[in-house]
Design a binder for this molecule. Structure first.
Ligand code: HEM
Length: 121
């Protein structure tokens, strides 16, 4: 039986599995094509800090995702189909591993941010 996300290690599991799928993905993998080994490690650490802050209010993240994605969008426009694919992979990863309030919160938050990014980028 699946449990909810309760620890930072649980977030790490989601992040590791999600980005291993993203890297290989035909639709959105290319956005991450320039990332080498160290960059991936750094990216996954930032993403863990981001989600830790969302779920457990740790104050662990102080970045600006909109600004980061504006830069990405200028290099390669991030289209609705890309966001749909990102969200589909994210939701399927969370659902495969966990179930509960925090799992739902992650999916809701990702969808909300994707919506804001699409409006404001
Ligand atoms: C197709 C959609 C998306 C693409 C292609 C994309 C791509 C990227 C890339 C390439 C980076 C790394 C930037 C770098 O460190 O060089 C990044 C960072 C990040 N992404 Fe996304 N992203 C997408 C959607 C989302 C969504 C929906 C969320 C919502 C949770 C999100 C949250 C973040 C965060 C928090 C960072 C770290 C920003 C920072 O540097 O502080 N991304 N994204």
């Amino acid at each position: 039986m699946k449990t909810d996300l309760n620890t930072v290690d649980d977030i790490r599991k989601v992040i590791a599995r999600f980005y291993s799928k993203v890297k290989e993905d035909e639709t959105i993998g290319f956005f991450f094509g320039a990332m080498a080994g160290d960059d991936w490690h750094r990216h996954e650490e930032v993403m863990c800090a981001f989600w830790e802050n969302v779920l457990f209010h740790t104050g662990s993240y102080s970045g600006n995702p909109l600004a980061t994605h504006r830069v990405i969008n200028q290099a390669n426009p991030v289209l609705p189909a890309h966001f749909s694919r990102w969200l589909a992979l994210f939701n399927e990863t969370v659902d495969a591993l966990f179930s509960g309030q925090n799992a739902q919160k992650m999916k809701d938050h990702a969808r909300g941010i994707a919506g804001i990014m699409q409006q404001k980028m």
